[in-house]
Design a protein around this ligand. Structure first.
Ligand code: R5P
Length: 288
């Protein structure tokens, strides 16, 4: 087996290869003046190839690079190509909410099926259930335990775990298995026209206690900032924010910190200034 660390996951791809003790196929990539992507695999391919390429911003470029790498690997002799997509872009449009809308994740998965990849590994994909509807097998890993362990090792044993959205109940239970300080979920509602998220205020057992708020994605930071404010208004001690996919668009970080968070921690599913927890061991284990 050889790993191709894609342009969007160069460091993570190399870390996974090191942990597995396997070689890598370096990728030469560039963007043409008109914006098109160029990919050249620098070396020989193996029969079994694993491409690691996350698909955060710029999502479209990263997806096209992924498709180009899949084709180039097959062309160089790979018999099976697996892809690891730590952050699966377009996963939040997981149904046709309004008539006439594109069902984006369906389109992405259909393209991946057509590319001929054997299977896909994702990390805390937005809606793993929807991915089961496709012919191509998808393994969705959870990095919540790794995030919770990080906090435990930093002295947050016994902190209260909170997540956003009732669908995240399983996620927050995983965090509580590590931190052990109790857990709850803040219910949310999203306006399908404006995209605005409303979080229901509720009384939480957080007074003078450390709280870690978990979410799969922080994009604009608006949702997390509201959750932080709800917890801060209830006199929590320290409030930390943990996410798997720190997209952190624009001033997302400041929005969250200005509402009372003491810090933000994310994983290297996406490169960012808060990506301090590596998912490389999780991915390496899954590839063994
Ligand atoms: C929503 O379903 C996700 O779990 C996140 O809560 C959401 O994507 C965060 O988006 P933003 O940071 O833009 O509020």
């Amino acid at each position: 087996m050889k790993i191709i660390p894609g342009p969007a996951s160069l460091e993570l791809g190399r870390k996974v290869a090191d942990l597995l003790g396997v070689g890598i196929v370096p990728v030469y990539f560039k963007t043409f003046p008109d914006g098109e992507s160029y990919i050249r695999l620098d070396g020989k391919s193996e029969e079994q190839i694993v491409i690691i390429q996350t698909t955060g911003p710029p999502q479209n470029t990263h997806f096209i690079q992924l498709f180009l790498m899949i084709d180039a690997a097959k062309d160089l002799g790979a018999k099976t190509v697996k892809v690891v997509i730590p952050y699966l872009g377009y996963a939040r449009q997981d149904k046709r909410f309004l008539s006439g809308e594109a069902f984006s994740i369906n389109t992405i998965m259909t393209l991946l099926e057509a590319s001929g990849v054997k299977n896909i590994i994702t990390v805390n994909s937005h809606n793993p259930e929807i991915l089961k509807a496709f012919k191509i097998p998808v393994t969705d890993l959870s990095a919540i335990g790794l995030l919770a362990e990080y906090f435990k090792n930093k002295g947050f044993d016994g902190a209260f775990s909170l997540s956003i959205g009732k669908k995240a109940m399983d996620t927050v239970k995983q965090a509580n298995n590590v931190l052990g300080g109790g857990f709850d979920c803040l219910p949310t509602q999203r306006d399908r026209i404006t995209g605005k998220v409303t979080i229901e205020r509720q009384s939480l057992p957080v007074k003078n206690r450390d709280v870690i708020i978990f979410d799969d994605i922080i994009s604009s930071g608006g949702t997390m900032a509201k959750a932080v404010k709800i917890v801060n208004d209830q006199s929590a001690k320290r409030i930390y924010v943990a996410c798997i996919h720190p997209i952190l668009v624009g001033d997302a970080k400041n929005k969250i910190l200005n509402n009372g968070a003491d810090g933000i921690v994310g994983t290297d599913c996406l490169r960012s200034s808060v990506s301090v927890v590596s998912v490389a061991p999780l991915i390496a284990q899954a590839l063994k």
